[in-house]
Design a protein around this ligand. Structure first.
Ligand code: NAP
Length: 328
């Protein structure tokens, strides 16, 4: 324990250009400061935001770029730095470091009131992104598709005992991305009718979390391909194909979580909402939005570290796991 003075070399997988192809990349992880945690990465999730960044979908990628810091799931960590033990998120049990994961999209320094007072550090306009950004030492910040990473202690979350690493990784991005808006917009009553638009990583966790809250869930998909999976495996109440099956569901939904990663019209989905229904856009698209009528369109950006811990407890309590394919 204590500050690590020398830089450490690690090997990761980096995209070098918008092809998105990853290849081995050797670089130095940053020195640990007093509030830093040095992490050995055992597994991590892959989310569409990583693909957006690797392929420069948003026009802001700085190559070489090591994606995947959204959902890093380290288990027992080599742990240096972080002299401020008592405030280190994730805490310590006896002399052992507890199992931790890393939240994404933040390395907030408490630079605005919202961050420090409201646990909303993910919205801080001055945050340093977990990857594809430059750290305070002027060096590129790289993601978790690597052997080791160094993160600020505020970016680690406590993982409840009994949750498997591979299962937790997607919860740290897809899970919290759905859980946070449902909680924030008070969409938790069990009688609600929810729509999940796009049955991918975020969408499937949306189904599971909404169902665990007791909601009646409709999946809205771009094709009929996932119908059996949605109806039989995930057990949703209804499945709509967005191009031709939507009329039966007009004015029927309290909310829709939109997790489509490309530009698409919103009006067809707004028509599915009840009065005061909410279209919650989580998909990252690089285009202006247009909307109308007395219904809310809103967006959210993942969830705070505190909310993430709350979500993990919720998943544990409800026995929720993610559907994953483990690749060695
Ligand atoms: P994903 O696994 O690739 O799933 C996206 C789903 O969107 C697909 O499975 C597909 O479902 C649907 N889709 C419809 N048209 C598509 C098209 N032309 N190309 C690709 N997919 C299409 O992605 P994800 O990891 O769930 O992420 C979804 C979006 O949310 C991304 O833009 C990601 O960056 C964003 N995101 C945002 C946050 C946040 O905090 N706001 C957090 C995580 C992710 P169907 O086959 O059912 O149509």
């Amino acid at each position: 324990m204590g500050t690590l003075e020398t830089e450490r070399t690690t090997v990761g997988w980096a995209a070098r250009d918008p092809s998105g192809v990853l290849s081995p990349y050797t670089y130095n992880v940053r020195n640990t400061g007093a509030e830093d945690v040095y992490i050995k990465v055992l597994c991590c999730g892959l989310c569409h935001p990583d693909i957006h960044q690797a392929k420069n979908d948003l026009g802001m990628s700085r190559y070489p770029i090591l994606p995947i810091l959204h959902t890093v799931m380290p288990r027992l960590l080599a742990f240096y730095g972080c002299e401020n033990w008592s405030s280190c998120r994730g805490g310590i049990r006896g002399n052992e470091v507890q199992v931790r994961g890393e939240t994404w999209g933040r390395d907030c320094r408490g630079c605005c009131g919202g961050c420090t007072q409201s646990d909303l550090e993910q919205y801080c306009s001055k945050k340093i992104w977990n990857y594809n950004d430059v750290y305070t030492d002027g060096k590129p910040k790289q993601g978790g598709f690597a052997g080791e990473i160094v993160v600020h202690q505020k970016c680690v979350v406590k993982i409840p005992e009994g949750l498997e690493s591979e299962q937790v990784a997607p919860l740290l991005c897809a899970g919290i991305t759905v859980y946070s808006p449902l909680r924030h917009f008070a969409l938790t009553a069990s009688s609600l009718r929810g729509g999940i638009l796009g049955l991918g990583g975020v969408g499937h966790m949306g189904v599971k979390i909404a169902q665990a809250m007791g909601h009646h869930v409709t999946v809205i998909s771009s094709s009929a391909k996932k119908k059996d999976e949605a109806l039989e495996h995930l057990g949703v109440e209804a499945y709509l194909v967005s191009s031709y099956e939507m009329k039966s569901a007009i004015d029927s939904l309290d909310y829709i979580i939109d997790a489509v990663p490309v530009v698409h019209p919103l009006e067809p989905y707004i028509s599915l909402l009840k009065l005061d229904g909410k279209l919650i856009i989580t998909g990252v698209i690089n285009a202006p939005l247009q909307f109308m009528r007395r219904k809310s369109i809103t967006g959210t950006f993942t969830g705070s570290t505190k909310e993430t811990e709350e979500m993990l407890e919720f998943c544990k309590e409800k026995g929720l796991t993610s559907q994953i394919e483990v690749v060695k």
